[in-house]
Design a protein around this ligand. Sequence first.
Ligand code: GAR
Length: 196
Amino acid sequence: MKRVAVLISGGGSNMLRLLESMEGDHPARAVLVASNDPAAAGLAKAAAKGIPTAAVDHRPFGRDREGFEAALLRPILAAEPDIICLAGFMRVLTPGFVRRFEGRMLNIHPSLLPKYPGLHTHARALAAGDSEAGCSVHEVTADLDAGPILGQARVPVLEGDSEETLAARVLAMEHRLYPAVLRRYAQGDRTPLMLP
Ligand code: GAR
């Protein structure tokens, strides 16, 4: 059974879908949900499901990313995860942290990578007049949002879409894509999954 730690920064809807997927014959189980924000709403949701949680506030560390990551690393290493899932985790990780978990850390990103790495993906897709949008799950490497793609899901951009309506349509696909990719990944399958 693979042990999975999930890192979040906010509401944690993707995290919840991952937790809910890891039962029965699933090859992995959640062992920790950790956040850089002690007020992240997802922490209470994970705790309510009986999953251990940890919070390390990044703010007191200022620009000391290594210091923050060293503190975050403590509960992560204590949980002995085989796989780390970034799920709406909004801190950029240093190459040192990434290297430590290279080949076993996943991220979900709300665009069809390599399009629109970074922030404001939906606004950028709308501004570009794109006819489709989507989300990607990829392996985390030292280059931001650029690791090998493990899965993608597409949605249409509709007439009259706002950032909010497009984000909601993409998020619904994130909730399908991430659990499906994690299940395959935990079984050792790294071939890209394309939805729908
Ligand atoms: C999701 O849309 C995820 O793709 C995005 O943040 C949201 C988190 O929502 N992640 C990024 O933008 C990473 N750069 P959630 O907390 O409800 O899962």
